[in-house]
Design a protein around this ligand. Sequence first.
Ligand SMILES: Cc1cc2nc3c(=O)[nH]c(=O)nc-3n(C[C@H](O)[C@H](O)[C@H](O)COP(=O)(O)OP(=O)(O)OC[C@H]3O[C@@H](n4cnc5c(N)ncnc54)[C@H](O)[C@@H]3O)c2cc1C
Length: 435
Amino acid sequence: MFMSATVSTSLPHIVVVGAGFAGLNFCKTFPTDRARITVIDRQNHHLFQPLLYQVATAGLSAVDIAQPIRAILNDKPNLEVIMAEVTGFDLTAKKVRVGGDGEIAFEYLVLGLGGVTSYFGHDEWAQFAPGLKSLDDALKIRRKILLAFEHAETETDELRRKELMTIVVIGGGPTGVELAGAFAELTRTVLEKDFDRIDPTKARVLLIEGSPRVLNSFPADLSASAQRQLERMGVEVRTGIHVSAIRDGELEIPGETIRAANIIWGAGVSAQPLTRALGVELDRAGRVKILPDLSVPGHPEVFALGDMTALTDRNDRVVPGLSPAALQMGAHAAQTIADEIAFGKRAPVDRAAYAYRDKGSMATIGRSKAVAMIGKLHFSGFPAWLAWLAVHLIFLVGFRNKISVLLQWTYSYLTYKRGARVITGVSGDGPAHSA
Ligand SMILES: Cc1cc2nc3c(=O)[nH]c(=O)nc-3n(C[C@H](O)[C@H](O)[C@H](O)COP(=O)(O)OP(=O)(O)OC[C@H]3O[C@@H](n4cnc5c(N)ncnc54)[C@H](O)[C@@H]3O)c2cc1C
């Protein structure tokens, strides 16, 4: 079962679960003459998550930020792609369980399962405040917001119209800041000309953050700059405020109930629940506590990478849940396994330990607005936005590998592609109505 005829069976078999940043970069950097690789992902596409907020806010179309995994890896010999869900592991028998009753045996297992939206123990909030982790999430958010404005256009009740034109983003980390800024841009500059009876520039965009400042993983000066840039765009930023309840069309904060047809959750991430099936130690967010060589304790032939892991690297640095870390870990594990197949097995303590190479942090707030930290340099506004754009374009070149697609994406991004505002899948979803 699940065996392709096109791969050589005399080579050691590596099973890679997840074609996100970590899994995909493992496949791209592994010398495929040393092993045969089976890549399993439950989606048929690799997703460029850093631009998901652009799809959610109608700046880009879904196809601009996703590409079929087969298309990315089709030039790799000895590699097959299977679209399926991995449902469990038997690490002793060296097998992964696939779907209901499938099994695939491995000599090496590489896991890059990523994370899921976490509601900090309030999973019931998910139905009222969608998170942003997949293309489906982004399209759901986009549809809901565009529908809300369509309904506001014909709504005669003033209060209800205001609710329909209120967008609340919960969580002032990079995702929340990017979303709030992009919603402000969408309402102030893009939708402005689309409607006759309502004035989208009067839409209320609120960003609520529990800690005292937005972007709290950035230095204080950049947090303050991000808040100023958001406020200048018309975003109401409320910090030090914890949401205590979310219901259909409303949320509660201390002393106030806010009615809003559009509530988006950008506050928390945890590891895929499947990490529990590994039977190894996890941290509070369900991430696997891996060894410095990126292997899973007690299983030197099993590697876990990217967002599903918790690791302090060989320089005593906590490895962040960011795409550069996932990419680097993919390349590191590929080197380790390739060396071992060529030169013989080693114990995890004798393998090279991973060190995170920090390329800086940035968060974009709008077109020409951002904050960036590269080494000791802090900058904000247009120069930071240019740096952000350059980094994302470089990523995209590697990701899509076609300069024509890159140009098309740049054009769409700079001109607010209208196609991204087409509402689909309305039947069954109903209006963004709550009252
Ligand atoms: C909205 C958003 C914005 C972000 N912005 C930035 C940013 O600006 N800069 C930055 O550096 N990072 C950003 N990140 C974080 C970055 O995207 C992650 O760090 C990175 O994607 C982690 O890579 P990964 O390979 O660990 O997991 P992922 O990229 O999440 O890939 C996991 C893969 O595993 C597959 N999978 C999961 N479970 C199973 C299963 N049971 N069976 C089969 N397949 C499975 C999934 O389908 C997916 O393809 C952002 C993340 C989000 C959600």
